[in-house]
Design a protein around this ligand. Structure first.
Ligand code: 0O2
Length: 213
């Protein structure tokens, strides 16, 4: 077995486990018939090509090592999407209260957006993975963002790939406008949050009744 495969295996396991756990939080809200602050959850292990790119940017040797694991804390990455900006703090509180993860760092790119226009709340955690050789602690990154922030980040990420990080000035400006528009959309939705949630609750309560058997 390749050394990368061996190195990445606990990260794969962590992503699978954490996806189940974080999705489980949403299910619990559903069962309790309460509006969930979590809309959906995704997870991935960083592709080897991205680990390579990041190691170049960070000036670290591209080899499976403790240094690489420490310098690239998002080899295991989870994303939690929320409908409203206020839900993000709620989700972070839920994470802080969990006994199975240890938060080691929080990065607030919502109050302090990145120059690109990127907004998101990042939580770096330490997570214990059980292996046949015992327990090992790995780092994972949980990105918490609204649907609008996620839309913007996905588009920008694709363009970033196309332009290899060097955007033409016009595109850069457009993306910054788009980031502000996404943020304004979040603000507008927050203003009618009560209305939206009431409608969603009504819809989910009546869904079963209207489903044909
Ligand atoms: P991928 O392909 O998503 O894995 P630092 O050197 O500490 O300033 P670092 O180590 O990049 O920054 O950490 P940071 O800023 O917390 O970002 C980690 C991840 O956040 C990125 O991983 C992206 O997923 C996301 N991110 C950060 N900034 C941006 C941005 O401007 N646009 C988009 N779309 N995503 C961003 P990777 O490895 O860069 O990318």
């Amino acid at each position: 077995m390749g050394q990368w495969e061996r190195f990445l295996e606990p990260y794969k396991q962590a992503v699978s486990e954490l996806k189940v756990k974080l999705k489980g939080m949403r299910t619990q809200y559903e069962i309790e018939n309460t509006n969930s602050p979590i809309e959906f959850v995704t997870g991935r292990v960083k592709p080897l090509a991205s680990i390579y790119d990041k190691s170049l940017i960070k000036g670290i040797v591209f080899e499976p090592s403790e240094t690489l694991a420490k310098e690239i804390p998002d080899i295991a990455g989870l994303r939690m999407m929320c409908q409203f900006v206020d839900d993000i703090e709620h989700v972070v509180e839920l994470l802080r209260a969990r006994k199975d993860i240890k938060i080691v760092e929080e990065r607030d790119y919502i109050s302090h957006k990145k120059q690109s226009g990127y907004r998101s709340y990042h939580v770096i955690i330490e997570y214990p993975v059980q292996t046949i050789h015992g327990e090992i602690n790995i780092l994972a990154e949980i990105q918490i963002r609204t649907l609008a922030m996620n839309f913007w980040a996905s588009i920008e990420h694709s363009l970033n790939y196309k332009y290899k990080g060097i955007f033409p000035e016009e595109i850069k400006k457009r993306l910054q406008y788009a980031a502000e528009a996404a943020f304004r959309l979040d603000e507008e939705m927050s203003l009618i949050r009560g209305e939206i949630q009431e409608a969603q609750k009504y819809f989910s309560e009546n869904k079963e009744l209207s489903t044909p058997r």
